[in-house]
Structures are given as C-alpha cells and as structure tokens.
Design a protein around this ligand. Structure first.
Ligand code: CU
Length: 207
C-alpha cells in the first residue's frame, strides 16, 4: 500500500507548512530577517512599517529591477499609527528567491534594502547580492495592477482590505491571515489543493 502512504506523506508535508514573518522597514531600510530559510509550501509574511516600501522579486544578477513573472506587493505607504499591512507569498521550492524594495526616493535597494529566501551559503550569497544592488541602476518595478504573486492585506486605521494577485508564481495559503480574506483564501485553497495533487503524483512517480 505504498500508494496510500505516499498520499498521506504528501498531505502531512503540506499541513506542516510554516509562516515566517519578516519586518519591512522596522529598523530603517531593512528586511528583518533578510537571510530567510524556508521549505517548499511555507509562507513568508512581510509586515510593513513606515514609510513606503515594497516587496519585489528580482533575479540575482539584476537587483533593483523586477523579475518577469515575479511577485510584487506594490507600494505600501505606512504611517506610524497604522501598522498591520502584510504581503504574503508561498514558497514554491527551495531555489533562491531574491527580493528588493523598489522605493526610488532614497534609493532603498541600492542602500541595502534587499533580502533572500534560501540564498546559497557560498557563491551567489545574500552578501554578493547586496553588493550588486549597491551598484545597480535606479530601481524599477512592475506596472500598476498589484499585488502580483501574493496576498496583500492593507490596514489603515480600522479598515482592512485584501487582494490577491493572479498572474502569479504562487497562490496564497488559507491560513495566512485574518478574517477578511475569504476571496483570497478560497483561491489559495484551490491552488494549494492542486499543489498537493501534484505533490502526491510526484510521490507516486517515485514509488
Ligand atoms: Cu523601502
């Protein structure tokens, strides 16, 4: 009955997915932590602090410029009194993911506002990426129509709204955020179920 046990394993792996929280701009032009380790299926929740930052995916070789098909939170203006906006992505696999803030006023990316998920420990490290970013040309970002590739929950005072990107590399996890997320959660759930199906098929293929 390896068929059954593979399926059980696949579902068990999906069920144990973690949510990793990253502060955006809490201590200046930083993501904290910025050298993130995550498993496939984990969520990374970016929590926005003042003033006006983004979470944008780039390639390693071209920091401060968006990767085609990558995720983008859009700009999230945040006042000191309105904390609580989040952007959540789901990690697809353990390949390195490179991230920067595309705020051009103050050159956030060039000043080191970058992060990585599963960066190699040698070669293309986060330190190497940071150095490339320092010398990068003016930051650019995807055109309007955000968010892309993740779920944005915008908080401003007492009103909270959420939206989920569609043209994307990753869906949203049903468990990632609060009660206003029905639309995003439903879409994320089906994406997740599809993902688990694929995982189960993969497990079967290896039997
Ligand atoms: Cu920034």
């Amino acid at each position: 009955m390896q068929y059954t046990s593979s399926l059980v394993l696949a579902f068990a792996a999906a069920a144990s997915a973690a949510t990793i929280k990253v502060s955006v701009g809490q201590n200046g032009l930083t993501y904290t932590p910025n050298d993130i380790t995550a498993n496939a299926g984990d969520s990374v929740e970016f929590d926005f602090f003042p003033k006006n930052h983004t979470v944008t995916q780039s390639s390693f070789a071209d920091p401060c410029h968006p990767l085609a098909g990558g995720f983008f939170s859009g700009f999230v203006p945040t006042k000191a009194t309105t904390l609580g906006s989040t952007f959540t992505i789901v990690v697809k696999d353990t390949k390195p993911v490179w991230i920067y803030c595309s705020q051009t006023e103050g050159d956030h990316c060039q000043k080191g506002m970058v992060a990585a998920i599963n960066a190699p420990k040698t070669g293309n490290t986060l330190a190497a990426f940071t150095l490339l970013a320092k010398n990068a040309t003016t930051s650019t970002f995807p055109p309007p129509g955000t968010p892309i590739g993740g779920t944005l929950v915008k908080s401003s005072g007492n009103t909270t709204s959420s939206s989920t990107g569609t043209a994307s590399s990753s869906g949203s996890m049903a468990s990632s955020t609060g009660s206003t997320q029905f639309t995003g959660a439903a879409a994320g759930l089906s994406a997740n179920m599809a993902g688990m199906g694929a995982l189960a098929l993969g497990a079967l293929a290896m039997v």
